[in-house]
Design a protein around this ligand. Structure first.
Ligand code: T3D
Length: 258
């Protein structure tokens, strides 16, 4: 099976599962991942996702053996599979934690960067490998990178395709945190448990606001914040959060929209 899905109370763990190919992406894997995202979104009890890779790598990007023999310029899989997948991941109304357990290369690096919170094992690396094979960063790479690390670093990473160690990625703001290799999954599960107990609808609105902030001017963003805050403030979790604060107890969020 190209991915494994495990269900835990409040969240799911998705593991890219082609370790012999460093979890390189195939059409089958992209379809399975897309279906797993749909299933998570449709399940009210699933309030967070963790994405990781089996074996020593997170994901080595497009499986290059699978594109041998394709017509030059045929990017059907990008249009039909990978772009919709990245959009779906971004729009998912629940937080996605990416636990980068090893090398994340090409589309694999950008799959990680499309997640909401990226944790990386100290031994992990991020490689915009595309230039090595005459391609440009896809799966959102040219969008995520300059926004995360600035244009100077984005250009060099895209052109030189040098591996960025996890510690540098964290220093540059490309990812959230580096953890010791043997602590990665414990930390990822810990984050997922925390997020699964959070005000899920509010977090979905946070995702929408931050994504829109990348292109909005301040006027538009203030208008959007107004609209999203109206929705957040009408949610039962907002009422519960205020009640819990006043009663000096932990909030018991349901994650529900209404
Ligand atoms: O048209 C389009 O497809 C557009 C879409 C593009 C999206 C993309 O993602 S393009 C970028 C594709 N990915 C790459 O170019 C990365 C290729 N891999 C590497 O550069 C290296 O493998 C790594 C830096 C990721 C890791 O290096 P290392 O030394 O740790 O491992 P390795 O020995 O190179 O790889 C181990 C095995 O995995 C090896 O197989 P073998 O020799 O043991 O049978 C290797 O061939 C295989 N492997 C690694 N990456 C891929 C792969 N097999 C198929 N596709 C891969 N991407």
């Amino acid at each position: 099976m190209p991915i494994l899905v495990e269900t835990f109370p409040g969240y799911r763990l998705i593991t890219l599962n082609r370790p012999e190919r460093l979890n390189a992406l195939t059409v089958e894997m992209a379809d399975a991942l897309s279906a797993a995202l749909d299933a998570a979104a449709a399940d009210q009890s699933c309030r967070a996702l963790v994405l990781t890779g089996a074996g020593r790598a997170f994901c080595a990007g497009q499986d290059l053996t699978a594109i041998v023999g394709m017509a030059p310029g045929d990017i059907g899989h990008l249009l039909d599979r990978y772009n919709p997948l990245i959009k779906k991941l971004r729009a998912l109304p629940l937080p996605v934690v990416c636990a980068v357990n090893g090398v994340a290369a090409g589309a694999g690096a950008n799959l990680a960067l499309a997640s909401d919170i990226v944790l990386a094992a100290r031994g992990a690396t991020f490689v915009q490998a595309f230039a090595r094979i005459g391609l440009i960063p896809d799966c959102g790479g040219t969008w995520f990178l300059p926004r995360l690390v600035g244009m100077a670093r984005a250009r060099a990473l895209a052109m030189l395709a040098e591996p960025v160690p996890a510690t540098t990625a964290a220093e540059w703001g490309m990812i959230w945190q580096v953890v010791e290799d043997d602590r990665l999954m414990a930390e990822a599960h810990g984050l997922a448990v925390r997020l699964a107990g959070a005000a899920t609808h509010g977090l979905a609105l946070v995702k929408r606001a931050l994504d829109a902030a990348e292109t909005n001017d301040l006027d538009r963003q203030l208008d959007l914040e107004r609209d999203l805050q109206e929705a957040a403030s009408a949610s039962p979790d907002h009422a519960e959060g205020v009640r819990a604060f006043l009663e000096k107890r932990p909030a018991a969020f349901t994650g529900r929209r209404s």
